[in-house]
Each structure stands twice: as C-alpha cells, then as structure tokens.
Design a protein around this ligand. Structure first.
Ligand SMILES: *[C@@H]1O[C@H](CO)[C@@H](O)[C@H](O)[C@H]1NC(C)=O
Length: 506
C-alpha cells in the first residue's frame, strides 16, 4: 500500500480537474449551437431565474418525520425541535455487524484488528478493549503537551547524544504511535525518510496471524501502563565512534566465554549488556510484519519501540544503547510460531537513575548475498568495528564492564556464518574488555565448536591481532580462490591446523 499524497496535491489536482471540466463544458455549448459566442454585455438568456421554483416556497408537503422500512431516522423524532441538539435514537444503543449496515469502530463485533479465527477476542476482552483500554490510551496520547514539556532531540548520524524519558512519557509517545498521530511520518519521501517508521498503521493492515499476536503483546503493554503508571526512567544513547581499533595490531587477549545451547539473552543474560541483532533502522519490522529476534525484543519490552521516533539509521561505526526498559510480556515461538505468552512481572532492580538494570545495544550486521563475501577483510573489519562500538564504553574502567550476552548475530536472513560471527564477537569483546555469554538457541554442535575454538585460541595465548591476521589469511588462501559456494576447508579447521601446526613445528 502506498502512502497518501499530501493534501495540498489532492487539492491542486481537484482544481485542475474542475478547470478542465468547465472549459470542456463551454466548448460544447459554443460548438453545438453553431452561433457566435454571446457578446460580453449579454449576461443571461432564456427563462428569467426568478421564475424557477425553489424550496421552501415549493416542494412536497412533508408528513411528520418517522422511521419506516424505507427510512431510518437516527434521532428521537418526538423530541425534534429547531435550534436544539438532537437526541440519538434509540436510547439503548443497538449494534449490527452484517452486510446491510456500516460496521462501526465501536461495535463489540469489531474484533480488532482482523477477522482471523484465532485472532478473535472474547466478548469480555472486546468490551474491555473498546470500553476501557482504547479510551484510556486516547487519554494518555492526549496528555502529550503536558507530559512532553520540551522538544525531543533527534539522535542524528555521526553524533553522540543521549536522551532520558520517564516510562510514562514513553507510554504517551507510544499511544500516539498507536493512533498514528506523528506528523510527516506516513510518507517514505518525507524529511524522516532516514528514520524508522513510528506510526503503527502498517500493523493494522491485512489479517496476518502474526500481526494479531503482535497487537496482543502491545495491547497488554498499554493495558499495564494505563492501569498503573510506571515510574522508572529509560535512557537512549547513540554512540558514534570517530576512531576504530587497528585490528591487525591489537595486543588484547581473549576474554572469558560462557556458551550454552539453552536459555535466552533476555532471561539468562539479565544484568549483562544484551545484544539486539538489529536492523540499521532500529526495531526493523516491529511496526509491520517482522518477527525475529529484534522485533520480539521490541514487543516484549515495548519501550524500545519509541527509539524509532528519533533514531536516524545507524552508520557503520554507530550503535544505540538503551538502558532501563521493562519487560511486560512473555512469549513463545519465533517468527511464524510467535505467540504472546501472557504477563511478565519484571523484577529487575533499578539503578540510582530509577532505570531498570537492563542494558540493550542495537548493532546491525551486514546482509550478505553470498557465503564467501563475509570473509573479505573489509567486511570482517566492518563487523568488528560495529560490534566493538556496541561493546566499548569509553572512560569506564574494565572492572565495571558487565559481560556481553549475545548469540548468532546477523545470521538467519542476514546470511552471516555463526562460526565466523562468534569469533568476530570474541575479538570485539576482548578489545572492549568484556566477557561473553553466548546463547546458541538450541544448537549443540555450534556450542561445542565455538567452545573448542575459544579454548584453542586462549590456550595458545593468541592476541586479537594474531587471530585477525589468521582470518585474513583464511580469506586469501581459502575464500578468494574458491569457485564453489563455500570453501573446502572450514574456518575452524583452518584455524586449528594453523595454530596446532605452528606450535608443533620448532
Ligand atoms: C563519541 O564519543 C566517543 C567516546 O567518548 C568519542 O571517542 C567519539 O569521538 C565521539 N564521537 C563523535 C562523533 O563526536
């Protein structure tokens, strides 16, 4: 679906059409009559206008107004008086949801947002949604002038900047996003074309069961924040590095790695720096159809979504750090099988700024079209810089840096190789001085492989620079000459051979 053209262009179009139509009309009159055009002093011809009949002097005699089979009157006719507000009829409102009547937004049958079978709300839920939740959300949205007392800065590219909101302010902004009220944000050609979508309009399109589950998750958030005002704060920080490490010369040593095929970044990685496998437009497809790692995190911690209002697309050496969001919902599944899983009572303690101790970093991986492409040194460097930007905290002593909770970053649809990405993240974390907790999401062989390679690299006391040089070597000797889709020798096999071969030779 395309965005509507701006109103002024519709008006201009209407003016042009009407000018064209009236010109055509004149043309027809003159040609048809065969006469010369009337002289300019003649201003009317034919029957004098005063002889033509008009109401109220002329017209049918009206019988008293009343409803009939052929006439629906929407007001109390017995109370009809000139100059008075009219009274709706009947006094007990009725509803119909059929092919003979307008389907109304306030109908209890209006099963927001669609008509798929498992998306249907129970009558009680619908009553609550329409009678309580939506009106409360509208009230919340309308509090924007009072709650947001100063302009919100845009977090633009190539700049460091932070902005801290109360959770209540975020709830107000998200209620506005739900009702699609942010101006200039519905057309892709607007001044905000380098920003993610914020208005939720695309979430209401179509009848995809995914969107129903997404809306359930978001409505649960709105229910919680309208029933009980949240009191914490959330900080959004854009971090833009102007200098990046020289990877081949780094003397940093690898840090500790915990790797597991069970658990999740958000549950078992609590209190750590949690990686959001982001899109460069943060939140990816959360307000549309997307439903993978990043979108799920944005749904269960919906305060993340407000970052889309002000975060310009991330550049290569940039990340967005979000501290203090609350998890409101549980979930099950992933992508097609995603389901809202009910309430989550977030017990995470808060810091002195009243922010929940949940730090999330959005880093966007490259999207690869071919497997071999990602081993090109400039691609590996780009991913190292991106991860490093996400992990480094300039000025913070090493003993105050939490571990990084991460996993298969930029794999899946982005086409990254989990084994390469794991090594790159190890190097970036080492350079930034942080340990890693790695979640493989059920992949046992990946868990063993990554653990083995990490053990090998640390036992042989390799520096980040030495590992990086081996990665480059792998590219030049195995990937660049390769004519098939994948190199014959795997990366980990190559690393093991080179490291064990080197140490066993004198
Ligand atoms: C952002 O802050 C970091 C760390 O303080 C600094 O190294 C970098 O130069 C800053 N970036 C910009 C674009 O000013």
């Amino acid at each position: 679906t395309r965005p509507l053209p701006p109103l002024w262009s519709l008006m201009l179009f209407a003016l042009l059409i009407s000018a064209w139509v009236s010109e055509k009309g004149q043309e027809r009159v003159y040609r048809g009559s065969g006469d010369d055009p009337p002289r300019s002093k003649v201003t009317w011809l034919g029957t004098p206008i005063g002889e033509l009949k008009r109401t109220p002097d002329c017209g049918p005699v009206l019988s008293p107004l009343s409803s009939s089979d052929s006439h629906t009157v929407m007001i109390r006719t017995d109370l009809l008086r000139a100059g008075r507000a009219q009274v709706p009829y009947p006094g007990n409102p009725r509803d119909a949801w059929d092919d003979a009547h307008v389907k109304m937004p306030c109908s209890v049958k209006n099963l927001f947002p669609g008509s798929t079978e498992d998306g249907n709300l129970e009558p009680d839920e619908a009553r609550h949604l329409l009678g309580t939740l939506l009106p409360d959300m509208a009230q919340l949205a309308l509090r924007a002038p009072e709650l947001l007392a100063q302009p919100i800065p845009l977090l633009k590219a190539d700049r460091n900047h932070s902005v801290t909101f109360s959770q209540e302010q975020i709830a107000c902004l998200l209620a506005n996003a739900f009702f699609c009220t942010f101006p200039r944000r519905n057309s892709r050609k607007s001044e905000y074309s380098n920003y993610p979508d914020i208005n939720f309009c695309r979430l209401f399109e179509g009848s995809s069961p995914r969107k129903v589950e997404k809306l359930k998750t978001l409505l649960w958030y709105f229910r919680k924040v309208t029933e009980k005002r949240p009191t914490g704060l959330v900080t959004f920080t854009r971090q833009s590095l102007s200098t990046v490490p020289s990877w081949s010369r780094s003397t940093a040593k690898l840090t500790n790695l915990h790797i597991t095929c069970e658990g999740t970044i958000e549950d078992q990685g609590y209190g750590m720096l949690q990686v959001d496998f982001a899109n460069r437009f943060v939140g990816g497809g959360v307000t549309d159809c997307g439903l993978v790692q990043e979108e799920i995190r944005f749904l269960i911690n919906p305060e993340l979504i407000v970052s889309r209002l002000f975060t310009e697309a991330l550049e290569p050496d940039e990340c967005l750090i979000i501290t203090g969001t609350e998890q409101y919902s549980k979930y099950t599944g992933y992508a097609e099988t995603y389901k809202w899983g009910g309430d989550h009572d977030d017990k995470t303690p808060s810091d002195q700024w009243q922010r929940r101790c949940t730090e999330i970093v959005a880093i966007d991986a490259l999207r690869f079209r071919s497997f071999l492409e990602q081993f090109r040194p400039e691609r590996m460097t780009r991913e190292l810089n991106k991860a490093f930007c996400g992990f480094v905290r300039p000025g913070v002593p090493r003993d105050q840096l939490t571990a990084v909770a991460t996993g298969n970053w930029g794999c899946g649809v982005f086409g990254g190789d989990a084994r390469l990405k794991a090594v790159l993240q190890m190097l970036a974390a080492a350079e930034a001085g942080r340990d890693i907790a790695y979640f493989t999401f059920g992949d046992g062989s990946l868990m063993r492989d990554v653990h083995n390679i990490h053990t090998l690299l640390t036992n042989s006391d390799m520096t980040v620079g030495a590992v990086y040089s081996l990665l480059e070597e792998y590219y030049f000797s195995e990937c660049r000459p390769c004519t098939s889709r994948r190199p014959e020798i795997s990366l980990y096999h190559f690393l093991s051979e080179r490291i064990l071969g080197d140490s066993s030779s004198p």
